[in-house]
Design a protein around this ligand. Structure first.
Ligand SMILES: [Zn+2]
Ligand SMILES: [Zn+2]
Length: 665
């Protein structure tokens, strides 16, 4: 018999056998159309066999093997198989997800009309000179002709991108392909411009979710057949097949957006490292504030540390200082020190940025008479006041309604917004500095790539004096006239329950501070705080990431947190919290049984607990943490446990998923 084993996009941890008399082992990696239920489905041939575990009369024949596209290569299937195994996801879900939508549907993109011929020869770009540390880094990366993980640690402006470009240049010269991952779509146009200017003759593929379906499929195929030399994209680009892959670059490797938070919960950075190992090529993780996991690997020499200590473009890093707000009555959140620093910038014709990581006007609307607050009906969260369009909005489920004229409970017409978001600070800045041009940059004002580009253009053109913005502004943009950054309301993250909150705060403040004082104007960063002596702020003042990271790692070692332990979360959601908790309690019993059959000493299964934000989109959520000091033991456990979970009885309305190496709790 001739049987093909197929991965189908279904939430089941198994593959499906079909009869295919014409098939052979040469067909592994082709897409295939098969009858399923009452319809047909597209899958991928994972294996070819002569016998099946299923009785032969139960097997259906395939509809057609789609040989109109090249086979998906072994290295690509191996990557998907690893992803499925490590993150405990069905292989069919991974392969479906890893393909561009058009190819997933069994289609092919229309051939693109040949673009205008490359007429005039393009002048060779002149390369900027390298600093000594850049030279060392470039040389080390180029020399590595086998698997090695580099941590390229360099502050904003230290010339990481130039190191990436030189490394790509060397790879292209040897006929290889390079893969570069960036955390956000918003960052790709700028980087794309630099890469295209440097490699005018190279075929560059952009892979992110804003690219049209046809273009994504064409890019995927160009990478697969080897005509594309550089693939640049967000986390999903890690699944691009590259037969001559010789270099992987992950910029801003610490960024949480490399971890997918729904569906297949993979980390693109971690998969990229596995991929580099698989194809035996170097990988460079770049960051000014590496994740503590990555930094730890560098301190124990598992990764090779490449430091870029100097700024390539400015003489001095920005001066950082704290503003003690304990005894000061702030004016709409702004201290006297910050106001006078902004005034000075206005006089000098320079730009200021007020950083506040909370959009909207105020986090909540409240009635002082009866205690009513603007709760979301579907989530355990408050609805945020958006005064600009007079709406209350939940930032978790997107639910919204008009701002009520009076308290819905007692009729009091004097409702008060509490706390402050970017819109409120924007209003305060306009009132305080009526002559200044104030611009707000957050997900509300920059809600499309076009608007975002327009905002960036007007900042660059010097049409703005004071910026108020969220972390959107913090990433990868040069604002030559920006010389002041004021961070307000940073303190909350110091004492958050999430053990990763300080790491994120440090990275954000370092990143946003890095926006100031480029070119030849010195920058200044003011952090308003009630804890001016906090070690996190002290390390920022000294620009000492390593000191901060080491103290955090000490804390994590003591507390038994990653990277000293490995974690997985089982989450359940259901209309009733009792159902979610009961399912998890049952899952725990199943898990404890498995643990006794392997080496249980390595494993801890905690009690099920409601999630910190228990209610989201009208579903109650609970979770169960599994922890181990041994990654293989945890992996072994999960591979058995998730099969039990799939067959465990549960109410129809209950959904569950596993999150391996979770970033959010
Ligand atoms: Zn009231
Ligand atoms: Zn909500």
């Amino acid at each position: 018999m001739s049987i093909v084993r197929i991965a189908l996009d279904l939430p089941l941890p198994r593959l499906f056998d079909y009869l295919a008399p014409e098939a052979s082992a040469e067909d592994i990696g082709y897409r295939v159309s098969v009858p399923f239920g009452r319809g047909t489905r597209i899958g991928i041939i994972i294996d070819w066999l002569t016998t099946s575990d299923q009785p032969a009369d139960k097997l259906k024949p395939v509809t057609v093997i789609l040989r109109d596209m090249p086979r998906l290569p072994d290295h690509w299937l191996a990557l998907c198989e690893f992803c499925a195994r490590y993150y405990q996801a069905p292989l069919g879900e991974v392969t479906a997800f890893a393909l561009p939508p058009l190819l997933r549907q069994g289609k092919l993109p229309k051939a693109k009309k040949a673009s205008a011929a490359l007429g005039t020869p393009i002048a060779e770009p002149t390369l900027p000179p390298l600093l000594a540390a850049q030279q060392t880094a470039v040389a080390a990366i180029i020399r590595a002709d086998s698997f090695q993980t580099f941590l390229l640690h360099g502050v904003t402006g230290s010339g990481k991108t130039e190191v990436y470009l030189r490394a790509i240049e060397a790879v292209l010269a040897r006929g290889g392909q390079a893969l570069m991952l960036v955390p956000e779509i918003a960052l790709t146009p700028q980087l794309e411009g630099r890469v295209r200017a440097r490699f005018p003759q190279a075929r560059i593929v952009i892979a992110n979710s804003s690219v049209s379906d046809a273009a994504r499929a064409r890019g995927f195929l160009a990478a697969l057949d080897g005509t594309a030399e550089i693939v640049l994209g967000t986390r999903l680009a890690v699944f691009t097949p590259l037969p001559r892959l010789r270099l992987i670059l992950v910029d801003e490797e610490h960024d949480a957006s490399f971890k997918q938070q729904d569906g297949v919960r993979y980390s693109a950075r971690d998969l990229a490292i596995w991929r580099a190992h698989q194809c035996n090529c170097p990988i460079v993780l770049g960051s000014a504030t590496p994740s503590l996991e990555t930094f730890y690997h560098a301190t124990v020499s598992r990764y090779r540390l490449l430091e870029l200590p100097e700024r390539a473009v400015a003489e001095a890093p920005p001066g950082v200082r704290t503003v003690d707000t304990r005894r000061e009555k702030l004016q709409e959140g702004l201290s006297a020190a910050l106001i006078s620093a902004i005034t000075l910038r206005l006089e000098r014709g320079e730009q200021s940025l007020v950083f506040l990581n909370r959009r909207g006007y105020a986090p909540v609307l409240a009635c002082a008479a009866c205690g009513w607050i603007s709760r979301c009906l579907h989530c355990a969260a408050n609805m945020v006041v958006h005064l600009a369009d007079k709406r209350l909005r939940c930032h978790h489920c997107g639910g919204e309604r008009a701002i009520p004229h009076a308290c819905p409970d007692c009729g009091n017409i004097n409702l008060q917004p509490f706390g402050r978001g970017t819109q409120r600070v924007e209003a305060a800045l306009i009132e305080r500095f009526p002559q200044a041009r104030v611009l707000r940059v957050d997900r509300d004002s920059a809600n499309s790539p076009k608007k975002w580009q327009a905002l960036l253009t007007s900042i660059h053109a010097g049409e703005v004096d004071i910026l108020i913005g969220t972390q959107m502004l913090a990433k990868g943009h040069d604002f030559p006239k920006l010389t002041l950054v004021g961070a307000i309301s940073a303190d909350a993250a110091l004492f958050a329950a999430d053990f990763r909150a300080p790491e994120r705060l440090f990275a954000q403040l370092m990143q946003v501070g890095g926006r100031s004082g480029r070119a030849d104007l010195p920058g200044e960063v003011l952090i308003q705080t009630e804890y001016p002596t906090h070690p996190l702020y002290q390390a920022l003042i000294d620009h000492d990431y390593a000191r901060f990271a080491k103290s955090q790692l000490d804390d994590r070692r003591t507390a038994g947190f990653p990277p000293f332990t490995f974690q997985a979360l089982l989450r359940a959601e259901s209309p009733a919290i009792e159902d979610a908790v009961a399912f998890l309690a049952h899952a725990r019993t199943l898990g404890e049984h498995i643990a006794t059959t392997i080496d249980e000493n390595h494993l801890t299964l905690y009690d099920p607990v409601p999630m910190r934000m228990q209610r989201l989109m009208a579903l109650e959520r609970a979770q169960l943490l599994v922890e181990s000091t041994n990654r293989p033991a945890l992996q072994h456990f999960l591979s058995l446990w998730h099969l039990d979970l799939h067959s465990a009885k549960r109410p129809r309305t209950l959904r569950w998923h596993l999150d391996v190496d979770p970033l959010e709790f």
